[in-house]
Design a protein around this ligand. Structure first.
Ligand code: SF4
Length: 342
């Protein structure tokens, strides 16, 4: 299917191949572009783009609130800022930051799609391998698209399945399109950025990493052990008492501490209390779980259900009845509220 895109569409949907071709009309190298006046503006816009991603609440965006240039230079800068923001988070190698950016980009594109005509919606959908035309999806495809969607209504057991296909309502199809955009963009990151370019961008990368750290601290506040859920308190107490912790206990605690914003050094210091402490082994495990290891996968602490299965849900208190995840418990206690599910 071919449609005639307008230049403003490139700014709306910068991930389309046409948008990238539009940006690369001058055939400049990234290095040379960054030295030029437009390049300096574009990198500033890229930092602002990441910052917008960090402040995004995840709620649907109002299309009127999204800045959209109308002249060719503005559109080129907008598309360049999209490309450079991906370069910045790739140099930063922080999986959670990459995740925030791709969520933001998917929300942003979806806001434009909602306001756009059907032909454009269908075209953008086709470019990320999705079709809005079908009222159902094959089970395997459905499972693939919804793998990152946590709400109960998306679980296969809660769906109507007929002859190997999952029934999809029209509004749900649009939600799935947004998710497909996110998954597609996420699958492309991190980019393989040459080290020389990352070195050139260090001030900008540091800036967004600091902003990310600050955002995490705002969300979770200073790490406060008194707000830990009983399960995590039990593991830290066992560590302090010189007990050896099982592999799953270490994994749960390390992922939890990383998720609430503790840096690797602080986590390793905590493990110094263990009788079998081995600094290089601990460092490897912490880096691996926090996504800085070879796979780049950043892990999330297990849910309460998983903690129960692992035998790690110990001494749950009354507040535990209101949560389904140790992070929810911690977040709610930090806010001084009674814990409640997210
Ligand atoms: S219910 Fe959840 S938060 Fe509470 S102790 Fe068990 S695993 Fe931890």
């Amino acid at each position: 299917m071919r449609i005639s895109l307008e230049t403003r569409d490139f700014a709306k949907y910068p991930f389309l191949k046409e948008s990238q071709q539009f940006m690369l009309q001058n055939h400049e190298s990234v290095d040379r572009f960054l030295q030029s006046s437009p390049g300096k503006v574009a990198i500033r816009y890229a930092v602002e783009r990441v910052q917008r991603a960090l402040s995004s609440t995840g709620q649907p965006m109002e299309v009127e609130s999204i800045p959209l240039p109308s002249d060719n230079l503005g559109i080129r800068l907008e598309v360049s800022s999209y490309a450079l923001s991906r370069v910045l988070v790739s140099c930063g190698k922080e999986r959670a930051l990459i995740d925030r950016l791709t969520r933001y980009e998917a929300q942003r594109a979806y806001a434009f799609l909602e306001a756009d005509d059907e032909a454009r919606r269908d075209y953008v959908a086709s470019q990320v391998g999705f079709s809005l035309a079908h009222a159902s999806l094959p089970v395997s495809r459905y499972v693939e698209v919804t793998a990152g969607m946590k709400e109960e209504r998306w679980r296969l057991v809660n769906r109507e399945v007929q002859e190997g296909r999952v029934t999809i309502e029209p509004l749900e199809a649009e939600e799935l399109l947004k998710e497909q955009i996110r998954v597609t963009l996420l699958s492309q990151l991190p980019l393989e950025v040459p080290q020389s370019l990352c070195s050139e961008l260090v001030p900008y990368v540091t800036h967004i990493q600091d902003a990310f750290q600050q955002k995490m601290l705002e969300d979770f506040g200073e790490v406060d052990e008194s707000c830990f859920p009983p399960c995590m308190q039990a593991i830290t107490a066992a560590l302090s008492g010189g007990m050896n912790i099982t592999h799953s206990g270490r994994f749960a605690l390390t992922a939890f501490l990383h998720n609430i914003g503790m840096d690797s050094t602080q986590i390793i210091e905590l493990y110094c209390r263990a009788p079998d402490f081995d600094v290089s082994k601990t460092q490897y495990q912490v880096e691996h779980i926090s996504g800085r290891g070879g796979t780049g996968t950043e892990y999330t602490a297990p849910s309460c259900a998983a903690m129960r299965t692992l035998g790690l849900c110990v001494r749950p208190d009354a507040s535990c009845e209101r949560v389904n995840h140790p992070l929810n418990y911690y977040r709610s206690r930090k806010k001084g509220k009674k814990p409640g599910p997210n």
